[in-house]
Design a binder for this molecule. Structure first.
Ligand code: FES
Length: 272
């Protein structure tokens, strides 16, 4: 009978020589399966919306979806392009937020939490504890292309900047109520909720924690940094939760703006 056992490895690094992929009897596959579903759904929705090039802006209340911010295409509604427009109309396959979207995608793609999530689910390296993975070799992130994951710290600075822009968008919308002055509608609450949670995700980043509290031998003479580091550390313990919550709030915020912009929904006004 032909053996189905994995090949022998270096002395001291042998794997357990069992034929079953795993002896676990719990639903160890549910986490990776849900991750695949969640991330795929977000990517499909985000791609479809980014390429739609429509229903991204509510002129009356100055609601701009985060998927189109900052809007830089030549076709952007003039008031939506607070940082100006490029002198060209974009073809259908280039998103109006062509500067920010790739940076945000790379920020999330290289995020420590998402790396764990998609290595386990999509790449199955490893799928779960005590479950044999389909790959014969494991080289970690020590070689090209995965060594590029180290660039995460730089994408963090880009994400900070984009969070500031999203905050600006949400703030500007407060001063475009029904009468042209200050006003609050459900859309404003949606935009601000999304912005607050985006800040929680961005500031809970491991790179942020390192920027604030790293490279120090002692916090003794740095009380401000210690305070900040304490706050960021608390957020950091919930980084995974913020990673998932913000995927949801990004979609809901975009959907709300799209529905109001297309006339399907009317924005309920609370003030003015
Ligand atoms: Fe997740 Fe930086 S955003 S670790």
């Amino acid at each position: 009978m032909t053996s189905t056992l994995p090949p022998p490895e270096q002395p001291g690094l042998e794997r357990a020589r069992i034929t079953a992929r795993t002896l676990r009897t719990d639903r160890w596959w549910s986490g990776p399966a849900l991750t695949v579903l969640g991330l795929t759904a977000f990517l499909v929705y985000g791609l479809a919306r980014a390429l739609q090039q429509d229903h991204y802006w509510v002129q009356e209340y100055h609601y701009l979806t985060p998927f189109y911010s900052p809007c830089v295409a030549g076709q952007c509604a003039p008031d939506a392009a607070v940082f100006g427009r490029l002198p060209w109309d974009f073809p259908w396959f280039i998103p109006f937020a062509v500067i920010s979207l790739p940076l945000l995608l790379l920020f999330r793609f290289t995020c420590y939490y998402y790396r764990k999530a998609y290595y386990r689910s999509f790449w199955q390296s490893p799928t779960a504890c005590a479950v044999r993975e389909p790959h014969a070799k494991y080289t970690g992130e020590t070689r090209f292309p995965l060594i590029l994951q180290n660039a995460h710290r730089y994408f963090f600075y880009a994400a900070l900047l984009i969070s500031l822009i999203n905050t600006y968008d949400a703030t500007v919308a407060l001063f475009h109520g029904a009468g042209g002055g200050f006003g609050i509608g459900v859309g404003n609450l949606v935009l601000f909720t999304n912005v607050v949670l985006l800040w929680c995700y961005t500031l809970s980043c491991h790179s942020c924690r390192h920027v604030i509290g790293g490279r120090l031998r002692s916090f003794g003479s740095r009380p401000v940094r210690y305070r900040l580091w304490t706050v960021v550390s608390k957020l950091n313990t919930r980084h995974m939760a913020f990673a998932w919550i913000t995927l949801g709030t990004l979609v809901l915020t975009d959907l709300y703006v799209a529905l109001v912009a297309s006339g399907v929904l009317t924005d309920l006004r609370i003030v003015n």
